[in-house]
Design a protein around this ligand. Structure first.
Ligand code: HEM
Length: 382
C-alpha cells in the first residue's frame, strides 16, 4: 500500500527500511511519545493509565537531555568485558535448561517437549536475575508481571489488558523500590548498586536518585524478558523450518552468529516502534501534523526488497545488510549484546546436543502486534 500509509486508528504506518531508519535517526524531528506528549492526549485514554504514566518515566520514553542523562547513567551495560563475564553463567544456565529439555524429549509417551516454556522463557529471566543479583525465588513472579506489563506497550490495548498492566506496575514498583533501598544500605558489585553510585553523583535529592535507579531496573527487566524469549523460539522455529540450514549449522557452528542476525531480520520479536512528529512535517510526500504518531514497522523493513535481495527468503548465508530489530539512532537497544549472547549460546547447545531436533507442531501465537509471543514451541527428535 506504500511506504507511508494512514492507520485506521490514527497516525501513519511506515514500512520501508530507509524511512524507518531515517525517522529513528532524526532525533530532532521525531520524538518518543514522552510524558509531555501523553499529557496532551485526550483524557481517560490508555496514555493516562498508571502503567503508561510509569512507563513514560523510563529510558525509552525520554527525549533530548533527559534521555542523554539517564542513558549515560546506565553506563556501558553490556560492554565486551561484561559479556565475557556473562558467557560462563549463561552457558551453565543453558546447559541446565537443555538437560530438562532432554529429559522431556526422552520421556515415555511421545517425547515431545515445549521448548518455549522449558527453555526460551527461562533463559532470559535466569540471566537477568543473575546479572541483577536477584533471589531465584522471585524470578517466576517477575516473569509473570513482565508479561502483564507488555499490554501497556502494545499498539491498541483493551481496557482489561490495561488493568492487568496497571496492577502489575504497582507490584513491580514496590519490588524494585525495596530492592533499591536494600542495595543502598548494603552496596555490592551489581548494576543496581553501581546505578545508585552514579545517580548520587548527579542528583542531590536522594529520593529522586532512587526513583531514577528504580526506573532503570524496572525497564531493564521489562525490556529483557519477553523480547529475548521470543527471539530464542523464533530463531529455533525458523531454522527447523529450513532443514538444510539447520543441518548446515550442525556441521558449521561458526555460522551461528550470522544465523541469529538473519533470524532477527526475518522475523524480529518487536514488530513496531513508535515516534511522534515534533512539528508539522511530511514523510515521502505524506503530510503529518505535530504530535501525530508514526508506527515504524521494523519487521516490514527487514523484508524490504530495496534493502535485502529476495527479502522473503530466510538465508543464513545472506551478507549482513543490517536490520532494525534493535531499533536505530539514540534509542538503539542497550541489551542487544546480551540478547545475542543468549541466542548464540542456546543455538550452539541445541545443535550440538540435538542435531536431529524437529518441529512437532505448528506453534500458536498470542494475539499481539508490537511484541510477538509464541504460546509454545513443541519439538521432538526425528
Ligand atoms: C531480542 C531481544 C530484544 C529486542 C528485540 C529489543 C528491542 C529493542 C528496541 C526495538 C528498542 C528501542 C525502542 C525505541 O527505539 O523506542 C530497545 C531499547 C532498549 N532495550 Fe532492548 N531489546 C531486546 C533485548 C534487550 C535486553 C536483553 C535488554 C537489557 C538487559 C534491553 C534493554 C533495552 C534498553 C535499556 C533500551 C532503551 C534504550 C534507550 O531508549 O536509550 N533490551 N530494545
Amino acid at each position: 500500500m506504500g511506504e507511508v500509509v494512514a492507520a485506521p486508528w490514527g497516525g501513519h504506518v511506515v514500512t520501508s527500511y530507509d524511512l524507518c531508519d531515517y525517522v529513528l535517526r532524526a532525533r530532532e524531528d521525531w520524538l518518543e511519545p514522552d510524558s509531555a506528549w501523553r499529557r496532551r492526549q485526550p483524557e481517560s485514554t490508555r496514555w493516562s493509565s498508571p502503567s503508561s504514566t510509569e512507563m513514560s518515566r523510563t529510558l525509552p520514553a525520554l527525549n533530548g537531555l533527559a534521555h542523554a542523562r539517564v542513558r549515560r547513567s546506565a553506563g556501558g551495560m553490556f560492554d565486551r568485558s561484561t559479556i565475557d563475564e556473562l558467557q560462563a553463567p549463561v552457558t551453565v544456565i543453558t546447559r541446565k535448561l537443555l538437560d530438562r529439555l532432554e529429559e522431556q524429549l526422552h520421556s515415555m509417551g511421545g517425547g515431545v517437549a515445549d521448548l518455549h516454556s522449558v527453555v526460551s522463557e527461562e533463559l532470559p529471566v535466569a540471566t537477568i536475575g543473575h546479572w541483577l543479583n536477584l533471589p531465584q525465588a522471585d524470578l517466576p513472579l517477575l516473569r509473570d508481571l513482565t508479561r502483564d506489563m507488555v499490554y501497556t506497550q502494545e499498539l491498541l490495548p483493551s481496557a482489561s489488558q490495561l488493568a492487568l498492566s496497571d496492577r502489575a506496575v504497582a507490584q513491580l514498583r514496590l519490588y524494585f523500590l525495596t530492592l533499591v533501598a536494600e542495595r543502598r544500605r548494603d552496596r555490592g558489585d551489581d548494576p543496581v548498586s553501581r546505578w545508585i553510585t552514579a545517580w548520587d553523583e548527579i542528583e542531590d535529592d536522594q529520593q529522586a536518585a532512587d526513583e531514577e535507579v528504580y526506573h532503570l531496573a524496572l525497564f531493564v527487566l521489562l525490556a529483557a524478558l519477553e523480547t529475548t524469549a521470543t527471539m530464542l523460539s523464533q530463531a529455533v522455529l525458523t531454522l527447523l523450518g529450513h532443514e538444510w540450514q539447520w543441518r548446515y549449522l550442525t556441521r558449521h557452528p561458526e555460522g551461528v552468529p550470522g544465523a541469529v542476525e538473519e533470524a532477527l531480520r526475518y522475523d524480529p520479536p518487536t514488530h513496531v516502534v513508535t515516534r511522534v512528529a515534533r512539528t508539522d512535517t511530511s514523510l515521502a510526500g505524506v503530510d503529518i501534523r505535530t504530535d501525530e504518531t508514526v508506527h515504524l514497522m521494523v519487521a516490514a523493513a527487514g523484508r524490504d526488497q530495496s534493502r535485502h535481495q529476495d527479502a522473503d527468503s530466510f538465508n543464513i548465508h545472506r551478507p549482513n545488510q543490517g536490520h532494525l530489530a534493535f531499533s536505530s539512532g539514540i534509542h538503539y537497544c542497550l541489551g542487544a549484546p546480551l540478547a545475542r549472547l543468549e541466542a548464540q549460546t542456546l543455538l550452539h547447545g541445541l545443535l550440538r546436543r540435538f542435531p536431529r531436533l524437529s518441529l512437532a507442531r505448528t506453534p500458536q501465537w498470542a494475539p499481539r502486534v508490537v511484541f510477538r509471543r509464541p504460546r509454545s514451541l513443541h519439538v521432538a527428535l526425528a
